[in-house]
Ligand binder design. Structure first.
Ligand SMILES: C[S@@+](CC[C@H](N)C(=O)[O-])C[C@H]1O[C@@H](n2cnc3c(N)ncnc32)[C@H](O)[C@@H]1O
Length: 222
């Protein structure tokens, strides 16, 4: 395994610290037997694998980043999830999935691509009747977002925030430590250093505001 792959795998483990919030959101849905779930912008599939584990359903995991999807494919193989998780290399802008085919659409960190309003408006047609949409997004403009829920044909089931402190303790601080460890150990691996620098910039930008926090919204198609 390259240094870069080893770093990415360890970074994924840190992302798993936030899985407890994925589980909390999933528990607020009414029980669905073997749900069909669309994970939009699944990335390396940290929430995807957790959802497969807790739902027992079938998941379509969509992203357009081949590196991330390759990491997810390796996990699917390792966890023998090939009958449960289908990987779709597709763009959020052109999602080629049938209408009214999913019980749940899951979107952690991906509504920024089209924006909150466009996402909930466009994705509604992919949901079966009474289907759920779970969004993990920036907590900015929370009231405005909650107002849009009804306007676009959903009802609010639940919402909760992940505070700045949670992000700091459970994600950013451990990630900063990981970046430092890899920088100290592998200062000459330019591929790795480029990615470490990119991730450090992301951390610095996220923490430029002391109010950095996120919001999980669970809504149901009406
Ligand atoms: C912040 S990551 C979230 C990954 C994962 N859902 C998680 O919570 O760990 C956002 C993901 O959206 C994907 N993405 C961005 N633009 C996209 C697009 N136009 N089509 C498909 N995926 C896209 C990125 O590749 C990335 O994996």
């Amino acid at each position: 395994m390259s240094n870069l792959d080893s770093y990415r795998a360890k970074k994924d483990h840190i992302r798993e610290n936030l899985n407890k919030y994925t589980i909390k959101a999933y528990k607020s849905l009414s029980e669905i037997e073997n749900p069909r779930i669309l994970d939009v912008g699944c990335g390396t599939g940290v929430p995807t694998v957790e959802l497969a584990r807790i739902s027992g359903g079938n998941i379509t995991a969509l992203d357009d980043n081949e590196n991330s999807l390759n990491m997810l494919k390796a996990k699917i193989k390792a966890w023998e999830l090939d009958k449960k998780v289908t990987v779709l290399n597709d763009s959020i802008f052109t999602m080629d999935v049938p209408d009214e085919s999913f019980d749940i659409i899951w979107a952690e960190g991906s509504v920024f691509v089209m924006g909150f309003e466009n996402s909930i408006k466009n994705w509604r047609r992919f949901l079966k009747s009474d289907g759920f949409l779970v969004i993990h997004d920036d907590s900015k403009d929370k009231d405005k977002k909650l107002e849009l829920v009804k306007k676009h044909g959903y009802r609010l089931i639940d919402e909760f925030e992940l505070s700045h402190q949670v992000w700091s303790d459970e994600y950013y601080k451990p990630l900063e430590q990981l970046i430092k460890t890899f920088k100290d150990k592998q200062p000459d691996d330019q591929n790795l250093i480029n990615e470490l620098n990119k991730d450090q910039i992301e951390i610095d930008q996220s923490f430029s505001s002391v109010m950095a926090s996120s919001l999980i919204i669970i809504i149901q198609k009406t």
